[in-house]
Design a protein around this ligand. Structure first.
Ligand code: SF4
Length: 453
C-alpha cells in the first residue's frame, strides 16, 4: 500500500486525480508503507511529472494521457498553437502524452479550426434543459425525473419566464445566437403540444436569424413520434440525437432504458423521413456484460442506419448513479477491454469516412479513455465544439443549467448556476432570473464599458 506526502501544497486534488490513473483508492492511504514524498518548488507540472515517472516505474503502467487530468486536451492544444508552439511536441514532452493521443488531439484541433472557425465576438450558444426522461438509466447522474405530463406544466411555465427574460436581455445586449441546444434529460419527453409551445417561446424570445445549428436531444427513441419530428423541423431544428447506447436488447433491458432495438430502427426511419439533416447517435463502450463483438455490432448498425454524427462514450460511473451503488469498483474493471473496443471503433469509423471532430475526457471513466464525436460529410456538432473551446458565452436555461460568461480580453469564464432540482427551480424562479441578470447580463455590460473606455 502507498502513502503520499505533499510538502508546501495546500490543494492536492489535481495530484490525486493523476494518482487515480495508476492506483485504485484502496491502494493508498495514511497507513501505506511505500512512502512517496513530493516538494512543491513553484511548478505543479514538475510535481506531476515526478509522480507519473515514479508510479510508472512502480506499477508498470504508463497512462496515455500523461500528466493531463483536465477534460479539455484540445483546448490546451489550441492555446499552445496560439503561442506559436508545436502542440504535438509540447503535449508529448511537457505533458508526457503518448504520440497516438497527441496526434488525435492535433487532428481534431486542425479540423475544428478549418470547419468551425472561431466564434464571433458577440455570439452566444444557448442551452435549454428539460429534466425529464421516461425511466432512469442505470448509470445516470444527470437531472432526470420521471413524472406525468401534467406535472411538467409548472416547470414549463417557470422555464418560459426564464426564456422570456433571457431572450429580451440577450437582444438588448446585442448578442446573436450561433447555436441552440435542447438537452436534459430528454426534451422529447414533452408531448407534441408542449414541445411546440416551448420552441415557439424560444423563437419569440430570441433573435434566431443567425443560428448556424439547432439541436434537440431526442435520446430515448420511444419518445419520438412523427408529429414531434414535424414540429422540430418546422421550427428549424436541423440536428437531433437518437441515442441507442447499445443495439443489444439484453443490454438495454439491463441498463433500464425500457425501449427496444426496434424502437431505434423506427426512430431513425421517422427522422430520415421528416428530413432531419443530421442525426447524432451515442454509443457507450463498457456497458455491463458487453463484449467487443457486441460493441462492434452496435456501431455497424448505427452506421448502417445513417447516423451523420456518432459519439463514442466510455462508461463513466459517477457517485449519483445506481451502478455506483451496485458496484463501487466498476470503473477499474476491464480497462483493457474498453480501450480495445474504442480503438477498433475508431478504425471502423475512419474507414467508413467519419472524422473525429471533438473530444473530452471525463473524470471517473474506466480505462483512462475519452469521449469522442465523429462526423460524416463535414457536419460536426458545432455546439459541442464551442462548449469544449470555452471561447464563447453560453446561456444555459432551466434546472441544472450552468451559464458561462466569457471575457475575451482575459480569456476567462465565469459561471452562473441554476439549481439542479426542478421543483426547487420552479419555487425559486425569480431568484434564478435575478442571478442571470446580475451574474450574466450586468457583468456583460460592465465588460463592454471597460472595453470601450
Ligand atoms: S436518458 Fe440520459 S438523462 Fe435520461 S435517464 Fe438516461 S442517462 Fe439520464
Amino acid at each position: 500500500m502507498y502513502r503520499f506526502i505533499f510538502n508546501n501544497i495546500d490543494n492536492t486534488s489535481q495530484y490525486e486525480e493523476l494518482i487515480k490513473e495508476f492506483l485504485q483508492p484502496s491502494d493508498y492511504g495514511e497507513d501505506g508503507d511505500r512512502v512517496l514524498e513530493y516538494d512543491f518548488r513553484g511548478d505543479k507540472e514538475d510535481v506531476k511529472r515526478q509522480i507519473y515517472r515514479d508510479l510508472s516505474a512502480m506499477t508498470g503502467k504508463s497512462p496515455k494521457w500523461g500528466i493531463l487530468t483536465g477534460i479539455r486536451p484540445v483546448k490546451l492544444a489550441g492555446e499552445i498553437a496560439d503561442r506559436s508552439e508545436d502542440p504535438k511536441r509540447v503535449l508529448m514532452e511537457q505533458y508526457l502524452v503518448h504520440e497516438s493521443k497527441a496526434d488525435l488531439v492535433c487532428d481534431i484541433l486542425q479540423y475544428q479550426r478549418e470547419k468551425a472557425g472561431k466564434p464571433a465576438s458577440k455570439s452566444l450558444s444557448v442551452y435549454v434543459g428539460i429534466p425529464f426522461c421516461p425511466t432512469r438509466c442505470l448509470y445516470c447522474s444527470f437531472t432526470s425525473n420521471q413524472v406525468e405530463q401534467e406535472a411538467m406544466e409548472p416547470y414549463l411555465e417557470a422555464l418560459g419566464r426564464e426564456i422570456d427574460y433571457a431572450g429580451t436581455a440577450a437582444k438588448a445586449a446585442g448578442y446573436s445566437v450561433e447555436t441552440l441546444y435542447f438537452g436534459g434529460g430528454t426534451p422529447t419527453s414533452l408531448n407534441e403540444e408542449q414541445l411546440d409551445r416551448l420552441l415557439t417561446k424560444v423563437s419569440d424570445a430570441f433573435a434566431l436569424g443567425g443560428v448556424r445549428e439547432y439541436t434537440v436531444e431526442a435520446g430515448r427513441p420511444d419518445t419520438i413520434t412523427e408529429g414531434k419530428l414535424r414540429i422540430l423541423t418546422d421550427h428549424g431544428v436541423d440536428r437531433i440525437s437518437i441515442n441507442p447506447q447499445s443495439m443489444k436488447q439484453k443490454t438495454l433491458d439491463l441498463i433500464g432504458r425500457r425501449h427496444t432495438v426496434d424502437d431505434v430502427y423506427e426512430a431513425f426511419a421517422m427522422a430520415h423521413k421528416a428530413g432531419v439533416e443530421v442525426i447524432n447517435a451515442d454509443l457507450i463502450a463498457g456497458l455491463p456484460e458487453e463484449t467487443e463483438e457486441d460493441f462492434a455490432n452496435s456501431l455497424d448498425e448505427i452506421i448502417r442506419l445513417g447516423a451523420g454524427n456518432i459519439t463514442l462514450h466510455t462508461l463513466a460511473v459517477k457517485r449519483a448513479s445506481r451502478l455506483k451503488e451496485m458496484d463501487e469498483n466498476f470503473n477499474y474493471k476491464d480497462e483493457e477491454l474498453r480501450e480495445q473496443m474504442l480503438a477498433e471503433a475508431h478504425e471502423t469509423l475512419r474507414s467508413r469516412g467519419y472524422q473525429p471532430y471533438y473530444l473530452y475526457r471525463q473524470k471517473h471513466t474506466s480505462g483512462n479513455t475519452e469521449n469522442i464525436g465523429f462526423t460524416a460529410d463535414d457536419r460536426p456538432g458545432l455546439y459541442n465544439i464551442r462548449i469544449m473551446e470555452e471561447a464563447q458565452s453560453n446561456l444555459a436555461l432551466g434546472a441544472g443549467g450552468i451559464s458561462k460568461i466569457y471575457f475575451p480580453s482575459e480569456n476567462r469564464l465565469e459561471r452562473v448556476a441554476n439549481v439542479s432540482n426542478y421543483e426547487i427551480y420552479i419555487d425559486r424562479i425569480d431568484e434564478m432570473i435575478e442571478r442571470k441578470r446580475k451574474g450574466f447580463f450586468e457583468q456583460e455590460a460592465e465588460t463592454k464599458e471597460e472595453q470601450t473606455c
